[in-house]
Design a protein around this ligand. Structure first.
Ligand SMILES: [Zn+2]
Length: 284
């Protein structure tokens, strides 16, 4: 069934596990994610990135998620990831997204508060949950370009930000980066503990891909309740394509179900790995 972050994250926070948000692209991803989550009795977050919602993307992605999620017996959230514009947020809510992220991480502190507060008021009036970001998680952008260093979240700002904006979940910067790591990250678990001590809303970790498992588990034990994963899914997609290319070389008119199967299996394997890592299995 489709729901909002508030139906899955507070429960995860209480029981010290994380719900994984996978960015998806089409029905192949949605199917791999929802089937693996249902098999493991784990909640799912289907996240969509602004670039993929361009053109008819919003209609297609919302229609797929809304069309199939109700037939699964685990909760699933259709979530807008990294939106920078209020207009896009309004369109996503209109299309049926139950949750949105306003990424105001590159705004000055008070402008981030103002923009987030405005989005939260609009979304909450329509029963939609809101994630914001304080500090900034940099790394590589979606084209693979280096965005420079991240700015760690200052725990002194957190209580004021949460109180003034009314957000439901907060993405924090504690040492992860987007994309594929060039060197092994070191998460600042002490900083995370300080942040978790001053607010009681669920905290979100972006840049989950490629982070060593022991550090991710430590972060989850210390307050992370939503874990964003995309690069590892893209890597799984790529390796699935490799296997599919082998089939294509054998028969020119191979059946679509067979051609896509290695890709679906590769995605599924990665989703299962992340469910186990987040300790979100057997929760529903
Ligand atoms: Zn992110």
């Amino acid at each position: 069934m489709l729901c909002t972050l508030n139906e899955v994250l507070p429960r995860a926070r209480k029981d010290h596990y994380a719900v994984v948000a996978f960015d998806f692209y089409n029905d192949l991803f949605v199917r791999a994610i929802l089937e693996a989550c249902e098999e493991k009795r784990a909640p799912a977050i289907l996240a969509a990135l602004p670039g993929d919602l361009e053109g008819r993307g919003m209609d297609y992605m919302a229609a797929v998620a809304k069309g199939v999620a109700p037939s699964y017996s685990i909760p699933a959230v259709l979530h807008l990831d990294h939106a920078k514009s209020f207009d896009l947020i309004k369109r996503a809510i209109g299309a049926g997204f139950g949750s949105v992220m306003l990424d105001g991480s590159d705004l000055p502190f008070h402008d981030n508060i103002e923009a987030t507060r405005e989005v939260a008021a609009y979304a909450h009036a329509r029963g939609v949950t809101v994630e914001a970001e304080l500090g900034s998680v940099a790394g590589a952008d979606l084209e693979g370009n280096d965005q420079g260093p991240s700015l760690l979240t200052d725990p002194k700002d957190v209580a004021e930000f949460v109180e003034k904006t009314g957000v439901d979940a907060l993405a924090v910067s504690i040492g992860t980066a987007h994309g594929v790591y060039k060197s092994k990250p070191v998460l600042d678990i002490k900083l995370l503990g300080e942040i978790a001590a001053v607010v009681d809303i669920p905290l979100v970790l972006h840049g989950g891909s490629g982070t060593p498992d022991d550090q991710l588990r430590d972060a989850i034990r210390n307050g992370i309740t939503k874990l964003n994963v995309y690069a590892d899914i893209r890597i799984a997609l790529n390796s699935g394509f490799g296997a599919a290319a082998g089939l294509a070389a054998r028969r020119a008119d191979e059946l679509p179900g067979k051609m896509f199967e290695p890709i679906a299996q590769s995605l599924r394997k990665e989703v299962l790995k992340k469910i186990s890592l987040s300790m979100s299995d057997n929760r529903y």
